[in-house]
Design a protein around this ligand. Structure first.
Ligand code: NAD
Length: 476
């Protein structure tokens, strides 16, 4: 299976004008499995012209007709799920069942945005005299530039383009060069469903060159980025300099707080599954496991046993529980964090090493005796590593949870209503889930506070990001 992924500009699949391409590698085998076309500046100009013209067309399409196209695209993803799952796994590494879930959830996101687009209501505001009519109407903000990463190569894209399209905006999306075919298949589904030419454009290339060109460009009215905090801060600064609205979905370092009154077996099982999903390359991945002293030893033992039981391998093979990391650069970065922790006194309770002599596989890893001097306790590991530390009182757990500048997701397990209420009030986070894992559904808001960014994806808030409110007032 080889994919030569092209750019999609003004309704046409094409190579970059200077024919530059990058290789795409299967992280499970290190084999080159295709190429991705790179956009030159002239191609970006074409995409900008297309998005400007596409916006005029698309904003004039009724919300009902936009809905029909997005819903049809969702149906196409469902029909194609088997073929697309194998493409996604081959370029990104995650096990096939996880790829299927990602694609089916992407279809659900299209449905949600289609429906919400029909409910972009404004309001009538009582006037100060009877003959004055005042209204607030909601309009699509304009052409959007979206930048998406490789960890969920389809759903990261759909979480931006679906609400943008549902709201009536046109889009240029720069998807991840490591995983281009999944993004292209999503765009293909929308094109096959009838999106008019120019409304949706897909580019790849040098990320910094593209963002530096698109963000300041007068055609672009709104930026949305998902990725690391340092890159997010750069793009947010550039957006600010040019007065562009921005949504920033950045990194996290999620605390998972387990109290001694929790159902320990269930907490351990759920948290292990969540930690090693997508080999930990998830911005909401639980990372700092804070466990109350009296159940700490039991938790560590169970968690390490669960980690050791995960079958690591090629995501295409049945029974694989965890695939490789996305590339060797990521593998090296995670290994460096483990080495730093081990050197500073951390104890490796499971895993800790590379697996095999090809592909970027790392064992599911569990570290204890972790201290705040370790890099891994401060930097987002973005890999299959659990850091487990004991705590005595709720206040200590809250202090550690809030210690870092991140504030994306947090998890807690307790049967006490008092504990649940206290954490709900005190943990500095965009999302907090108690006694289950309930994040990132299309209908619920998703986003962070502090360095984890601003703006929300999902929920009704997903549409707000792409709508501007205009106030109109009439006298007869
Ligand atoms: P990175 O910060 O270099 O890149 C992350 C993503 O941003 C990539 O898709 C990349 O193409 C893009 N990017 C980088 N520089 C850019 C620029 N100047 N303009 C536009 N896009 C740009 O990191 P990486 O090595 O690919 O991934 C590692 C780190 O990225 C992780 O530690 C994690 O913090 C973060 N990350 C976060 C998410 C998330 O879901 N929030 C997803 C992927 C990566």
């Amino acid at each position: 299976m080889s994919h030569q992924t092209q750019l999609f500009i003004a309704g046409v699949w094409r190579d970059g004008s200077d024919r530059r391409t990058l290789d795409v590698v299967n992280p499970a085998t290190d084999d080159v499995i295709g190429t991705v076309a790179c956009a030159a500046i002239g191609d970006l100009d074409d995409a900008l012209n297309a998005a400007a013209a596409g916006f005029k067309v698309w904003r004039a399409v009724s919300a009902l007709d936009r809905y029909k196209i997005l819903r049809r695209a969702g149906e196409l993803l469902r029909e194609r799920v088997d073929a697309l799952a194998s493409i996604l796994t081959t370029e990104q590494g995650k096990p096939l069942p996880e790829s299927r879930v990602e694609i089916l959830l992407s279809a659900d996101v299209l449905d949600w945005a289609a429906e919400e687009g029909r409910r972009a209501y404004g309001r009538i505001i009582p006037g100060r005299s009877n003959h004055i009519l005042q209204s607030a109407v909601r309009e699509p903000v304009g052409p959007v530039a979206a930048f998406t990463p490789w960890n969920f190569p389809m759903s990261q894209v759909v979480r931006k383009i679906a609400p943008a399209l549902g709201a009536g905006c046109s889009v240029i999306v720069k998807a991840a060069e490591d995983t281009p075919a999944s993004a292209a298949e999503l765009v293909r589904a929308l094109a096959d469903a009838g999106i008019p030419a120019g409304v949706l454009n897909l580019v790849f290339g040098d990320p910094a060159e593209i963002s530096n060109y698109l963000i300041p460009h007068p055609v672009i009215r709104k930026i949305s980025f998902t990725g690391s905090v340092p890159v997010g801060k750069k793009l947010a600064a550039l957006a600010g300099e040019h007065m562009k609205r921005a949504t920033m979905e950045l990194g996290g370092h999620a605390p998972a707080i387990v109290f001694d009154d929790a159902d320990l077996e269930e907490a351990t099982a759920l948290l292990t599954g969540s930690k090693f999903r997508n080999a930990g390359q998830v911005c909401v991945s639980p990372t700092r496991f804070l466990v109350q002293e009296s159940v700490y030893d039991k938790f560590v033992e169970r968690f390490a046993a669960n980690a050791n039981a995960i079958k690591v391998g090629n995501g295409l093979e049945a029974g694989t529980g965890m695939g490789p990391l996305v590339n060797h650069r990521r593998l090296q970065a995670v290994e460096d964090l483990i080495a730093d922790a081990a050197q500073k006194g951390g104890t490796i309770r499971a895993g800790g090493s590379r697996l095999g002599n090809k592909g970027s596989f790392l064992e599911p890893t569990v570290l204890t005796e972790v201290t705040t001097s370790m890099r891994i306790m401060n930097e987002e590991p973005f890999g299959p590593i659990a850091l487990i530390a004991p705590f005595r009182h709720l206040d200590d757990a809250v202090e550690e949870a809030n210690r870092l500048p991140f504030g994306l997701a947090a998890y807690a397990f307790s049967r006490s209503a008092r504990t649940v209420a206290a954490l709900g009030a005190q943990v500095e986070t965009g999302m907090l889930t108690f006694n289950h894992l309930g994040l990132a559904l299309p209908e619920v808001p998703f986003g962070g506070v502090k360095d984890s960014g601003y703006g929300l994806e999902g929920g009704t808030e997903a549409m707000d990001a792409y709508l501007a409110t205009k106030f109109l007032t009439h006298a007869p």
